[in-house]
Ligand binder design. Structure first.
Ligand code: HEC
Length: 178
């Protein structure tokens, strides 16, 4: 709704009182972006079909040979066990159902981009299809980690996981298989 009305300038109703916070959102608060009304509302009725379509899209599967299956199965056990990734990345979508938002401190990064959003948080990225479709452009919201190895090394350091290089490789192989 926000994208349709505020960003694409569709003719529809949109409410988000968090945008009334003039300190965080001076432009939006002044323009009353959190209280947009149009008559007739031409957006709301179109959203259910759009959501069904989005949910119907299968995540791309990793091509055979793009990961090591034995290492990936060890990595699966690590993700749910010693590496504790599962506290945030839960199957089947590898994010949390519900409010999947975290502070920078929880994942060991700065809060710069999070502070531009109403909740001051980052969203747990769903990891399905990562090996098949998302290996370019870097990881995390700003692409700060060039490779999955870098992401896992970051978690290892910041969450003090004590993973060996072999463990880290197993995790990366599992991520590539998702
Ligand atoms: C406290 C919650 C939390 C834990 C624990 C956690 N993650 Fe994350 N993960 C996040 C959040 C939040 C992001 C999004 C960060 C961003 O966009 O800057 C993320 C992003 C990622 C990404 C980047 C995805 C992309 O497409 O950019 C990968 C890969 C990842 N996590 C893997 C892991 C692995 C492997 C572990 C365990 C070693 C783990 N995560 C533990 C919350 C968590």
């Amino acid at each position: 709704m926000r994208v349709a009305v505020l960003e694409m300038h569709g003719q529809g109703d949109f409410t988000d009182t968090r945008l009334d916070n003039a300190k965080q959102f001076p432009v939006a608060a002044k323009a009353h972006f959190g209280h947009v009304r149009h008559s007739p509302d031409m957006v709301t009725a179109k959203l259910p079909a759009l959501q069904f379509y989005q949910l119907s899209l299968p995540a791309p599967t990793a091509p055979p040979g793009s990961f090591d299956p034995a290492a990936a199965s060890r990595g699966q056990a690590l993700l749910a066990g010693r590496a504790s990734c599962i506290s945030c990345h839960q199957a089947p979508r590898f994010t949390e159902g519900g409010w999947n938002m975290h502070t920078g401190a929880e994942i060991g990064i700065d809060n710069f981009q999070a502070d531009r959003s109403p909740d001051h948080r980052y969203r747990t990225t769903p990891l399905r299809g990562i090996g098949a479709a998302r290996m370019k452009g870097g990881f995390y919201h700003d692409g700060r980690y060039a490779t999955l190895n870098d992401v896992v090394a970051h978690y290892n350091a910041t969450l003090k996981l004590g993973l060996t290089p072999a463990d880290r490789n197993d995790l990366v192989q599992y991520l590539k298989s998702l």
